[in-house]
Structures are given as C-alpha cells and as structure tokens.
Design a protein around this ligand. Structure first.
Ligand code: G3P
Length: 217
C-alpha cells in the first residue's frame, strides 16, 4: 500500500520523505490555508521534494473552469495531480482531462456510486473520505471495502486513496481492504511506527546487556 502525506506543510513532508514513507502528497484548500503560503509557491516546493504524485485542488464549479485550473496547475510540475470535486461538472471535467494526460483525483467522495462514476469517467484516483463519514455515524471503512469490491469486478485502473484518515486503525483497515493508497496526516504517521512496549523492551534489553557485561568481566 502506498502512503501519501495529507498536508501542505513542507517540514512535515521532509520528515516523511526522510523516513521513506512518502509516496506522494495530497493537499486541499484547507491544508493550503493551514500552511499559510501562496498555493503555487508551496505546491512547487512540495513537487521538488516528493517524487510521487502531488494533488492540488482548485475552487472552480463548472467543468470549463475546472479544466482551465487543471491546465494551469499541470504547468507547475510533472508530478501534479488535479483534485476535482465529485459533482456532475466534475465528472465532465474528469472525462475531458482523462483524454489529455492530465491526472485527476476525484475528491469529496462519500458513496459507492460516486466512486463508480469517477472510475467510469477515467479518474486516475478517487478519494473517499472515511473520517467525515465516521463523524456522522456512518462506517467510513465499510465504504472502502464496498468500493474495492466493485473496482475488482471491473478491473478499473482508478486507484483508491483512503482519505480523511483520523487514526492508525484507519490505515490498518485500509490495508485490510486492499486500498491502493492511504493519505495520512503527519500526526497519524507518527502513531503508526511508535509503540510503548517497543520502548520498554529496548530499555530492558539495554539493562540486561549492561548487567551481563558486568557479570562476565
Ligand atoms: O485529503 C482529504 C483530507 O484532507 C480531508 O480530511 O480531516 O478534513 O476530513 P479531513
């Protein structure tokens, strides 16, 4: 499973790249606002740090406007992927862009039918938001299992990015479901590798090593 980082914070991305756990990056207008930098400047910076795809999102609501934004974004770097909202106009834009080679990531997906239509339109990626479904007492991960089932039936090339991840179990479940990618906030990535019993175990081994060294002198 590929790990994308869900952030526009350059320092967070650098740390994940160092760890070897950053196969790509996803951003959105909220994450760009949080980063506090000009969108074009920060995306170009990120594209230089990350080899994999970097998703950038515009705000156009018509297919024509989305296509225009996509054409502009794709000039910024070779690894740009354009995030398109899951709307009727978005589907039209994705279908048109799929013929131009500009990669798309259909976002704000909350149902199987939305994911199915995005795949049929030729989206490169589809991003179902599991955390936001959990937030309204629906089982976000159930959506992932259902989407993966359908995608396997039809051999869709569209890759599923599990998004809106809130905790490590979302990542583990995404892997169980066979999702292609999990896009993970930096804070969740930190929780994936750390376990208190590992720390305790290391301390005990160090203590016993020192004790043993003294006894065999
Ligand atoms: O990639 C989409 C993600 O950033 C949305 O996450 O926490 O705003 O639901 P969240």
């Amino acid at each position: 499973m590929k790990f994308f980082l869900d952030t526009a914070d350059v320092e967070e991305i650098k740390k994940a790249v160092e760890l070897g756990m950053c196969d790509g990056v996803t951003t959105n207008p909220s994450l760009i606002m949080k980063a506090g930098k000009d969108q074009k400047q920060v995306i170009k910076e990120i594209c230089k740090i990350v080899d994999g795809s970097v998703s950038v999102e515009g705000i156009a609501e018509t297919a024509e406007g989305m296509i225009k934004e996509a054409e502009e974004f794709s000039k910024w770097a070779d690894n740009i992927v354009v995030k398109i909202p899951m709307t009727k106009e978005g589907l039209k834009a994705v279908r048109s862009l799929s013929k131009t080679g500009i990669k798309t990531n259909v976002t704000l997906v909350f149902s199987v039918s939305q994911a199915l239509l995005a795949a049929k339109a030729g989206a490169t990626y589809v991003s179902p938001f599991v955390g936001r479904l959990d937030d309204v007492s629906q089982d976000g991960m159930e959506l992932i299992y259902a989407i993966m089932d359908i995608f396997m039936n039809y051999n869709f090339e569209t890759e599923v990015i599990v998004a809106s991840i809130r905790h490590p179990l979302h990542v583990v479940e995404a892997a169980h479901a066979g999702a292609h990618i999990a896009t993970v906030p930096a804070a969740v990535l930190e929780k994936l590798w750390h376990h208190p019993l590992t720390d305790t175990g290391i301390e005990i081994f160090k203590e016993h090593h020192e004790k043993h060294k003294k006894t065999i002198k």
